[in-house]
Design a binder for this molecule. Structure first.
Ligand SMILES: Nc1ncnc2c1ncn2[C@@H]1O[C@H](COP(=O)(O)OP(=O)(O)OP(=O)(O)O)[C@@H](O)[C@H]1O
Length: 451
């Protein structure tokens, strides 16, 4: 049974990936298909003309008029196929070149005899006896290159083709998935582009996706809660401003805690005192309110058999999302007495652990992501993690854990690294936050639209 399933899987894989090796030449199915298509069109034309008896074709008759769209369609199809074929063959050609250029094959010299001028002559010829295999799968937005681990001398190298394949395709690697049998290298056809935020008429967002760039969304249901770290001047506040507008577009209820009393605390003039807190006791109170919203939703929808539906989330119950932005836990810890701090942490932890299903989300921001400001068990439950600007390797480790490659110096304004859970990413990625052109974008005026 299992063997059958495995065989089917392998078959499917080989059907979707076009596999290239130096051992065999791939059969040009596309050419054959196009050829068959042309023959069929000619045949239909011939039969049609016979039926309508309007031969020869050059005389415009009823049959020709009816057949004209068919021929147009055929030309269009051939044209499309040609482009598809050109792309396909070019990827296959590139991979073949890659295998040759990197010596991913083994030669053997074979001896054979020929009969020339009445004499037997011994000849030598080099033939390829083994080759690594690479597969290519073109999707709408991505190109996936699969390097097969065939338990031969190339196996080890198949997990280490990142820079080689990037150079070959001229694309940056988006993701890499390593398994026992193969490594997938995923490239995006469209490069990441940062969002340029402009003042627009009020727009609603009824989805669970909050856009981060042209290729990336924060899916709050799949990746609840966000951690934002960055030293002063790295663009944290600007990113939070962007999030605030996007959260408002989702018609969400938004609570803000700003113990540093920075710009965010002044938002109470627009959002109201019930939603923005900067004083220690008020912050503790807001954290309690948010936790209670969550608890009440659980009581109303999960514990009530009349409303409970298995697997339902807040979206299915038609509930609004609720967000709590907490800017700088560290500053709160410094200002609050132990009891208040512990109670607030308890509330936050509960929301972070259980809030997703009932649509209650937390955004934690900090300048110093150390274990006292963001306990590790909390961090691991913040599914989106962002480190803006340049941070120490210790700080990066606190944000992303141990899965760190060489993180390059950040030069762009409002840029950093991001990691999203559940995307199959193994490493954080370079990220440019949405660009807010403050000269043309008035954050407060924009916010007022969403009261
Ligand atoms: N995404 C962005 N779009 C446009 N400008 C940005 C962006 N990020 C940062 N900047 C620029 O950098 C400056 C500092 O950014 P910001 O105030 O957001 O940093 P910060 O990390 O919040 O700093 P602080 O902690 O001191 O408030 C901004 O005034 C702005 O000019």
């Amino acid at each position: 049974m299992l063997l059958k399933k495995l065989k089917k899987l392998k078959k499917n894989d080989e059907a979707t990936f076009r596999v290239v090796s130096l051992l065999n030449k791939n059969f040009p199915w596309e050419i054959l298909r196009t050829f068959i298509y042309i023959i069929l069109t000619i045949l239909v034309t011939y039969i049609f003309n016979k039926i309508f008896n309007v031969l020869p074709l050059s005389i415009i008759g009823l049959g020709d008029i009816i057949l004209f769209p068919l021929w147009l369609y055929t030309i269009y199809k051939i044209w499309k196929r040609y482009f598809k074929f050109r792309n396909k063959t070019s990827y296959e050609k590139q991979l073949r070149y890659f295998l040759k250029a990197n010596n991913f094959f083994e030669n053997e010299i074979i001896e054979y005899e020929t009969f020339e001028n009445g004499r037997i002559k011994k000849q030598n010829e080099k033939i390829i006896v083994s080759s690594a295999r690479l597969g290519v799968l073109e999707e709408d937005e991505k190109i996936r290159i699969r390097a097969y681990k065939d338990a031969n001398i190339f196996t080890e190298k198949m997990s280490d083709l990142d820079s080689g394949l990037s150079a070959l395709l001229g694309l940056e690697i988006d993701n890499k998935l390593d398994t026992i049998t193969h490594t997938d290298y995923i490239f995006k056809k469209v490069k990441d582009k940062r969002i340029i935020v402009s003042s627009e008429n009020q727009k609603e967002n009824n989805s669970v996706d909050l856009p981060l760039n042209n290729n990336l969304n924060w899916n709050i249901l799949k990746q609840p809660h966000l951690l934002l770290a960055g030293v002063t001047g790295s663009g944290k506040t600007t990113f939070l401003n962007y999030l605030i507008i996007e959260i408002k577009k989702m018609n969400a209820e938004l609570f803000i805690c700003d113990p540093k009393r920075s710009d965010l605390s002044s938002l109470k003039h627009y959002l109201g005192d019930d939603y923005v807190a900067s004083e220690v006791n008020n912050i503790a109170k807001l954290s309690r309110i948010v936790k209670e919203v969550m608890t009440n939703r659980f009581i109303e929808y999960k514990e009530n058999p009349d409303k409970f539906s298995y697997g339902y989330s807040y979206v299915d119950y038609g509930l609004k999302p609720v967000f709590l932005i907490f800017d700088e836990l560290g500053a709160f810890r410094a200002g609050a007495d132990k009891k208040v701090f512990q109670e607030t942490m308890k509330n936050l932890t509960e929301v972070i652990l259980k809030g997703r299903e009932m649509g209650v989300f937390v955004v934690l921001s900090t300048q110093q992501p150390n274990s006292s400001n963001i306990p590790t068990e909390l961090r691991d439950n913040l599914s989106v993690r962002l480190a803006m600007g340049n941070m120490s390797s210790e700080a990066y480790r606190m944000v992303f854990g141990d899965s760190l490659a060489d993180l390059q110096t950040i030069n762009a304004m409002g840029a950093g690294y991001i990691f999203l859970d559940g995307q199959g990413w193994q490493l954080p990625k370079y990220f440019e936050a949405p660009y807010l052109d403050y000269e043309n974008f008035d954050f407060i005026e924009e916010l007022k639209k969403y009261k």
